[in-house]
Design a protein around this ligand. Structure first.
Ligand code: ATP
Ligand code: MG
Length: 388
């Protein structure tokens, strides 16, 4: 049998793609040569980090901004620039980017830093004190008589703080020659930190505002030039992706996803051009994937609650918790969970953004009622519910 990857009917376009010349620049992890509309933020980071070139530990920084506003990209960009400058000046600087979704405890982060800096530390088994000592030793011993200066980028730090507390910031900010750059989605993330740490963190804050449609348009144009063959994008494709993403809180990642998916849909249809219609279909596809991804992680009982909400929505009923419970027990029959558990489920579904709840007063003496509303497209939910 012929190798499936060489099957012309499946991947005939693999070698000669009519739409894409190179898909890599549309990937989230791609770091472009320049980041338009982020000069100010990058300059601000550089202004703080420039001290490192003179052997002085820079001040700590915190980057804030909603998802897809270029925080990770800007910090990586600044890192590349600093390392390039450092190699010209012969300075001994390391900049380590840590995704706190991958390393979720203080122990894990410090152990990972040790390993990256050439000191083997097991991923478990030592005490926290032992790991921290091993880490601090790195800054004492140096064979070349030069001091190591380390900048740690703690990306998506909220998760770590939430799970393991602020010990990591305490340890890092109390280690000589270490500077921290934290990246957070929440302006109020400082509430997760105790005052003993806030004072030693003593950081400067840099805000990343959401991108407007015009800015997104510039970002997409740069990437499109690298990714698409000449003249395959209809004139309205980039403006449409930008406008849709501007509505989604100025998220550049979403804008890139739209463009990439639109291109893929055009390619799958063997179309010669990517059109606005492809963008609209791409939007549905992305939303569908998001809903199915969330649904597939939900426990069965939770899915049944959603099924009940969908049924009631279809019947144009105002959904109260009581009505929901009735409908849910009908679907679940004998293995239904208690009324109380349903409240937990409702809360969780609301946190996931699939539903919203609104407490209303029925008038004097009649108490208050919770009204539940579906927050995603009905058809989308239905397909997702019945295809998993
Ligand atoms: N100014 C820009 N110029 C070019 N590309 C950009 C720019 N800003 C963001 N991007 C691209 O958009 C995508 C998302 O950006 P990034 O990952 O930096 O967002 P983020 O702020 O870190 O989001 P999150 O909070 O979700 O982690 C990346 O692929 C990045 O390369
Ligand atoms: Mg990021």
């Amino acid at each position: 049998m012929a190798n499936i990857f060489e099957d012309e009917s499946l991947f005939g376009g693999r070698r000669q793609n009519t739409i894409f010349k190179d898909k890599k620049p549309l990937d989230h992890r791609f770091l472009p040569d320049k980041l338009v509309h982020r000069d100010e933020q990058i300059r601000e980071i550089a202004k703080n980090w420039v001290d490192a070139l003179d052997g002085v530990t820079p001040s700590n920084l915190t980057l804030y901004g909603k998802t897809g506003t270029g925080k990770t990209a800007a910090s990586k960009f600044a890192r590349e620039q600093l390392l390039e400058a450092a190699s010209n000046e012969n300075a001994f600087i390391k900049v380590e980017h840590i995704r706190c979704t991958d390393f979720t405890t203080e122990y894990q982060v410090i152990a990972e830093l040790c390993n990256r800096l050439g000191r083997d530390v097991p991923s478990r088994g030592w005490t926290k004190g032992e790991v921290v000592n091993a880490f601090r030793d790195l800054f004492r011993t140096n064979a070349f008589g030069k001091k190591l200066l380390l900048i740690v980028i703690l990306d998506e730090i909220d998760i770590l703080l939430d799970k393991d507390g602020d010990g990591i910031l305490y340890t890092l900010t109390r280690t000589n020659n270490v500077a921290v750059l934290s990246i957070s989605n929440y302006l109020d993330f400082k509430n997760l930190i105790k005052s003993r740490v806030t004072s030693s963190l003593n950081d400067k804050e840099i805000v990343f505002p959401p991108y407007g449609a015009d800015q997104l348009s510039d970002i997409l144009s740069e990437r499109a030039e690298l990714s698409f063959n000449e003249d395959v994008l209809d004139d309205d494709v980039i403006p449409l992706c930008s406008a849709m993403a501007a509505k989604e809180e100025g998220d550049a990642r979403y804008a890139l996803d739209l463009l990439k998916n639109a291109g893929e849909l055009a390619f799958d249809e063997s179309a010669e051009k990517v059109t606005g219609e492809h963008v609209r279909k791409a939007k549905d596809r992305i939303e569908h994937n998001k809903v199915s991804e969330i649904l597939s992680t939900l426990p069965l009982q939770q899915q049944r609650v959603l099924e009940a909400i969908l049924t009631l929505t279809r019947q144009k009923e105002e959904i109260t918790s009581g009505k929901l419970y009735d409908s849910y027990t009908e679907i679940s029959k004998s293995d239904a969970v208690t009324y109380r558990r349903i409240f937990d489920f409702i809360n969780e579904l609301e946190l996931l953004g699939i539903i919203s709840t609104n407490t209303i007063s029925r008038g004097r003496g009649k108490g208050r009622t919770n009204i539940i509303k579906l927050q995603c497209d009905e058809t989308l939910l239905e397909t997702a519910l019945y295809t998993i």
